[in-house]
Design a protein around this ligand. Sequence first.
Ligand code: ZN
Length: 733
Amino acid sequence: MGGFFLVVAVSLAADKAPQERMTGFSAPGAKAEREVESRFKGIPSAAEARKYHRYLTAEPHPAGSERNNQLAQYVADLWKEQGWEDVTIHRYDVLVSDPREVVVEMVSPVAYRARMREDSYGEDPDTRNPNVRGGYLALSASGEVTAPVVYANSGSPEDYEVLRKQGIDVRGKIVLVRYSNPYSYRGFKALMAQRHGAAAILIYSDPAEDGYVQGKVFPEGPWGPESHIQRGAITYDFMVAGDPLTPGWASVPGAKRITTQQAVSLPNIMAAPLSWRDAKPLLENMGGPAAPKEWQGGLKISYRLGGAARVHVKVDMDTRLAPNYVVEARIRGSQFPDEWILMGNHRDAWEFGAVDPSSGTASMLEMSRALGDLKKQGMRPKRTLIVCSWDGEEIGLTGSTEWGEQFADELKKNLVAYINVDSSTSGPKFEPTAVGSLAPLVVEVSRSLMDPSGRPLYQAWKEDCRLEARSLGGKKKVSDAQMVDTRIGSGSDHTVFLNFLGRPTIGLTFEGTYGVYHSVYDGFYWMNRFGDPGYRYHILLAQAWGVIALRLANAEVLPFDFAFYAMNIRQFLEALTKGKYSRRELDLQPVLRGIAQLQKAGDVLKQAVDSRLAAGPLDPAVAGPLNQCLMAFEGNWLNPEGIPGRPWFKHMLYAARYTYAHLELPGLTEAVESGDWKTAQDQARLLENALAKNAELLRQAASKLTAQRHWVGPEQIIALKRDRPEMGRKKQS
Ligand SMILES: [Zn+2]
């Protein structure tokens, strides 16, 4: 169904809708799009989202489990019912890792056996579910050791340096570290312990970070109680994501596999998580020198570095190949079926996973229901929409990575953008991320959505940004340009699309006070009591997700802002160059000039597109090749060889540190940080070339608009007449 029919059918309703600017649309196109979006936004219902959420969180559903596989079928059936097309379940045979036995017991100076399990509470009957497992860390090595314990704070390289200065060697010992705040990926802690020769690592949740020091604990409050355990994987997926045995290619049945000895992302150390209740007896009996002041946690004891306590650790993991299932469905595009907008969320959870990831799954199922309804009403998007339910995200970003690797060639060519939602809701604070070219779109869309507080989402979000800036001692004013975080780390399913395939990504989430991450208490009760009683943010997320997808799917000119992207790259470079080296060592002037050129080309293109669209709908014969140009942009940031030392990570602007923290201009930054000026110069050269290539691409794109005269069909002429007054206003640009 063409857009024109909609303009006629709904022009009355559309007149009342807010007339915000809509990047990439002519006035008639925007009018039609507004109507499609307003119908879409009316469909998601809190009651439906809650129903899905209850079903998803009724049982533990970790990757590779019977229950999670049933949920794959459930999602597939639902998508068929909702009107989605080409529903497919993809199977990947990957490493899964289940605990047979995990024992942590102090043998001296006093005997204490860690319970490794969480308490149940009458308020939340799910906590009594017999299928809930004890604490373990996936892909831990198996083995057994009895050795002294050393407290190593958060287990970062600087922490080991402190121990070394105290004359404490961790070789052959057991290190006890805390889950740190700000968040640092537990796999990084495991790798550090392994590199320092420790025999095992225990990671516990200190109340200073997610327990009583923060506020009321479960079931009275949202923070973690004494027995809560943060499960998780320790896979070294910051080296290479996905299944460790198929690095860079898909784990389809029968695929070639490397050996576990060859797999760089497989940990080689025993690891287990502890609640603070189980860690406390160890900490109390550590002995040895007092730990530094900054290492003291929230327990009312004096934290010491260790030496006196001996602990027996036994980990027996059942690590084997088993199927993971990715569910995929489409709504084929009416005009450009080979241009894809992809939306995805992982399905696997540590236990019930009410926030992580089932809030995202519930939002996704409401979003897909609404998009399916539009299709049933004859409103097929111009471009193809694809939804995916990923598996094994919690193990090593596995399902999305394998799927991305399997369809790499098509995705590089056809994928306009990937919009990821992991947890959709743990509170009311909107925290989106996006590549620079798509950040302005997220801000634009937020103006057309209503926050449960009764204001536009844009306003509520901006107010949060302002409060945050103030709490950090910054300026009170926050500009639109600062609202979306364009620094993208790892730790979720966008990784393969951005870092391996060079496709633009957006991540959406609402956050709040959340102290039960990866524990049994991240359940339906928690969500209804603390996270999102009423499911209003689940619905808002579904709306935001779908509207962004529809904007991308229906735009006449894809709404990328490359001038903004260039400005971002300049900020990345400025952050890097703050006093770390001198001009003699590395000349970044050519890169800065390249950025300026790119920004200029982006501005020229933006003006050409805006004024062309102000004159009326764009002929698809012009728009088609133009959009192909714009889609090629992100891929030009890929270096086929990858960043030094991590060939799987190919994006020159984005990667993640081993902690999962964002890392911009990764090749250049890591070289500068290690003082390797030769590599830094090489990386700068690569960046310079990519900048020049993309500036040229944008100049070509702009010339497609200015050089060509084209025929305007009769339906567009009618549309133009109807919108003449508005057209006149827009002409001023
Ligand atoms: Zn997650």
